[in-house]
Design a protein around this ligand. Structure first.
Ligand SMILES: Cc1ncc(COP(=O)(O)O)c(C=O)c1O
Length: 396
């Protein structure tokens, strides 16, 4: 039999499935209350608008022909025009030439890795950071370095790229203050580093006023988006639906041109039909539905936090996010959240994601992530009660 490992490229050695994935496969069992997957609630999907839009496009012969045909790698122009208006409302003056449509923002992260990262080149990430970004970048074999604390300087060589989530970070739920946003941009300017701004949860704010994106701040200071050092990644996955697999990047035109070449080589373009549907559905429903989506997740966050305050032992600390889908908990030093998860699933029928996978340096074993997006109040309360019972046993 062929020794496949001997034939894979060196970068494949960094593509490993985690044992936690195996454990999380058990989550299909109906009596388990899961705080694991960070996915949107399907009850919030604009199902009838999507159904009507597919029908509407496919029943018109000329539109159907365009929808089912090959198209340009930049993405469907009316969708990019709509996005330019959407970004404009958030303080980013840009045109469709500043935008490329991607298969979800996950593809954007892969393309940015491909464009910027060579083997052993430094890439600056937070500790912890989005696991999917680490997975996307790992294929390009970066040497990870970490953002210094807000206001502090970076002493090492200039990283090729910095990756940052200003709003309701996955996994911690924590957001950057306006001052921290300015500080991060200042640091990136001093170091000469481009920044990827991952705005996946940006619209899911439940408390406080929205803050400007890094792209908005930087473009304003630099005299326009084409002078900015920020590449913004947006997605429809959390505000409309994930399954059409549509996200976008907003960046200086020079960078978009390179990304279009990568898109061409990778998969030519996103599904034209899905882009046309998303254009219709997002322009009709996104802003109309966002209030209900926010209210639903806000109630779940509040129920989860209230139950944690009641049931978790004092030795455990956690974040209180203003939005997004995640709460981040820290156990006393020395405890291993992966071991706690094993007992949580098998004995207490409750699940979460151990935090170590979100650290590029293998630390964080005493941390875990709770997603509150799927559990209504009774489920959240019962799930946290069960987890609290286990935590009082292991972490008192
Ligand atoms: C921070 C962050 N970025 C990007 C993504 C990728 O999402 P999508 O490819 O569906 O846009 C996710 C998905 O959960 C995420 O949490």
């Amino acid at each position: 039999m062929i020794d496949w490992d001997a034939h894979y490229a060196g970068r494949a050695s960094r593509m490993a499935a985690s044992e936690i994935r195996e454990l999380l496969k058990l989550l299909d069992q109906p009596d388990i209350i899961s705080f694991a997957g960070g996915i949107p609630d399907p009850n919030l999907f604009p199902l009838s608008a999507i159904e009507a839009s597919y029908h509407h496009i496919l029943s018109d012969k000329a539109r159907a022909a365009a929808a089912l045909q090959y198209s340009i790698s930049e993405g469907y122009l009316p969708l990019r025009e709509w996005l330019a208006g959407y970004m404009g409302e958030m303080g980013v003056a840009c045109g469709p030439d500043n935008i490329i449509i991607t298969n979800g923002s996950q593809q954007a992260l892969d393309f940015l890795g491909k464009l910027f990262i060579g083997p052993n080149e430094p890439v600056m990430v937070a500790r912890p950071t989005y696991l999917g970004a680490l997975q996307a970048f790992n294929a390009y074999e970066p040497a990870y370095v970490h953002f210094p604390p807000p206001g502090a300087d970076w002493q090492g060589p200039a990283p090729k790229l910095g990756y940052i989530m200003p709003d309701f970070q996955n996994p911690t739920g924590v957001s950057m203050t306006l001052e921290e946003r300015h500080q991060a941009l200042e640091m990136a300017r001093r170091v000469g580093m481009p920044l990827i701004e991952d705005a996946a949860y940006e619209k899911l704010r439940y408390d406080g006023a929205a803050l400007p994106s890094l792209l908005a701040l930087d473009a304003e200071r630099e005299g326009g988006i084409d002078n900015s050092r920020v590449i913004y990644c947006g997605t429809f996955s959390k505000t409309v639906v994930p399954a059409l697999r549509l996200g976008w990047m907003v960046a200086p035109r020079a960078v978009i041109k390179k990304l279009v070449l990568i898109k061409q080589a990778s998969d030519l373009h996103c599904s034209t039909l899905n882009q046309m549907v998303m254009h219709e559905v997002a322009s009709k429903t996104l802003m109309a539905n966002i209030g209900h989506i926010r209210a639903t997740y806000q109630a779940r966050r509040d129920a989860t936090l209230a139950a944690m305050a009641e049931h978790f032992p004092a030795s455990v600390s956690w974040t209180r996010p203003e939005g997004g889908m995640f709460i981040w908990a820290t156990l006393p030093e020395g405890l291993n959240a992966a071991e706690v998860l094993r007992r949580a699933i098998t004995e207490f029928r409750v699940a979460f994601v151990p935090g170590a996978a979100f650290f590029s340096d293998g630390t964080g074993r005493n941390t875990f992530r709770l997603s509150f997006s799927l559990n209504d109040k009774p489920q959240a309360t019962e799930g946290i009660r069960r987890l609290g019972q286990l935590l009082r046993e292991v972490a008192n």
